[in-house]
Design a protein around this ligand. Structure first.
Ligand code: HEM
Length: 84
């Protein structure tokens, strides 16, 4: 349930910026994108640009019509919150 989801700060997000451990935030939600990387139609390299950071802007510039919430539902880590 939603109550078990982690609150992720930007510095926590930044710790997951590797090919084998990649998190990214889209519209306030943090996803573990590691396992999706090989399946991204735009390629791994493009998607890795947002590893460890907020990808909302780049995502909406490239394909605002794609539904991340639906596609990465099982990869949801938690919510992006301000640095404490
Ligand atoms: C294409 C998903 C993040 C760059 C696509 C497509 C999907 C997708 C479904 C095909 C769209 C279509 O043909 O209409 C995702 C998901 C993302 C994500 C679920 C988040 C986890 C990103 C980011 C970037 C990016 C952050 C840019 C840095 C691209 C590009 C294409 C593409 C350039 C076009 C590839 C082509 O048509 O040759 N992505 N994407 N994507 N994506 Fe992403």
């Amino acid at each position: 349930g939603v109550e078990q989801l982690t609150r992720v700060t930007p510095s926590m997000l930044k710790a997951h910026n590797k090919r084998d451990d990649a998190w990214s935030a889209f519209n306030g939600k943090v996803y573990n994108i590691t396992h999706y990387l090989p399946y991204h139609p735009g390629g791994e390299k493009e998607l890795l640009r947002v590893a460890g950071r907020d990808g909302t802007k780049l995502f909406s510039l490239t394909h605002a019509w794609v539904n991340v919430d639906y596609m990465l539902d099982g990869c949801l880590v938690g919510f992006l919150v301000p640095e404490s």
